[in-house]
Design a protein around this ligand. Sequence first.
Ligand code: GAP
Length: 468
Amino acid sequence: MNKQKITIEKITSLCKRRGFVFPSSEIYGGFAAVYDYGPYGIELKNNLAREWWKHMVQMRADVVGLDSGIFMHPTTWKASGHVDGFDDPQIDCKDCKTRMRADHMLEVFGIDADKMSANEINAEIEKLKEKGKKLKCATCGKTNLTPAKNFSLMVKSNLGSPTDELSEENVVYLRPETCGGIYLNYKNILDSTRVKLPFGIAQTGKAFRNEIVARQFIFRTREFEQMEMQYFLRKSEMQEKYEEWKEARWNWYLEYGIKKENIKWYKHIKLAHYAAEAYDIEYNFEALGGFKEMEGIHQRGDWDLSQHQKFSGVKLEYLDQKTGEKFIPHIMETSVGLNRMFFAFLHEAYTEEEVDGATRVVLKFDRRLAPIKIAVFPLLKNKPELVKKAKEVFTDFSKKYMCEFDDNGNIGKRYRRQDEIGTPYCVTVDFDTIEKDNSVTVRDRDTMEQERVKIEELDDYFLEKFKI
Ligand code: GAP
């Protein structure tokens, strides 16, 4: 029972075939770097977001939730530095017109250009030339390339302006990260709830970035969802709380089935000027060639609130009731892309097994994450009494669990389909159910073992199975 090599083709094909993820606007020839989530994809995404929320908000006395707008006052993004500095320098191929991220091209020569400006990158390219080395186009291999130019990742809109022409005065931005809304509501939350430092504000929602390279399926897209938590604290509390949150986020992945050997810490060497420490949790995205960033856990100092105080003119200080001291809280954040996390959990669950000389593809999701918890079948489609009973079981259990009724094809095919979408249990109503003992067959996704369970005992049976 070997786990086979996971390729991007296997994952994308399964996602399309089984209704997890579809490329956007396919009937119009597609729309790059945007993906749509099908019936099982939306269930998995919702389950991941719910389990994240449960641990980040519900189970924490010190974290509250928020849902702020995607559009915000444009000055927000001037204050945060995004308007002037949220760039990925790009290089274009003059022959085949491929657009590439300049830092990715320098990576080939062992140069870390992640935080370099276009000018710094061009200086590096000159140094390479002096050593007789040249950059090549990733598509056609030719060396006829433009210099590195800045490419803003901000997505603009004309929302609310009378014309669809964008000018400096009427431009608004689609948020490039969800945390902006948290900083702008920090004071509202302070004034309307009983939170006291240290406390966190969490939110999930869409974010938009005009990514240059977006060819890695749902790993890097132009529209995506973030799940972020900003934790406000005193500077003196930072290191202790930072270590606690790092541990909490690491353990969250283990709890939901990510294997220890598939995640690792990456410590940022180059930091934003305001940051004291930043780590990422990297996941082993085998289909993309190895470990890549999944979640960031960053210390942000008092930069964000100081900037918004400066640009808005509104005091964002915290008053310590005990000491009378007023100060701008420091912030640490946990930030993860829901779609990227989805990709990681698909990877982790994807399993190929040899069963009776054939390959069985099964998504071994943790039960809490599985899109469908229980599938209910009548043994035969053309036996009304079996169909009726199976529908009764479906109606009953779908009040408590996400269930699916299936009477297509034979039982073998139905099992294969449910394995491929990761359904932990399949319940079959057969002739014995009706004629003998009111029991059904319950088949386990992972062991493929089957057992008979009386319908009146099914409730307790599943309560036990889905117990946390
Ligand atoms: N507020 C901090 C922040 O946004 P980031 O490292 O730019 O930090 C955080 O993004 C997380 O958001 C990343 O670790 C990744 O999971 C996700 N993310 C960022 N850009 C993304 C994209 N274009 N597509 C999908 N997920 C993305």
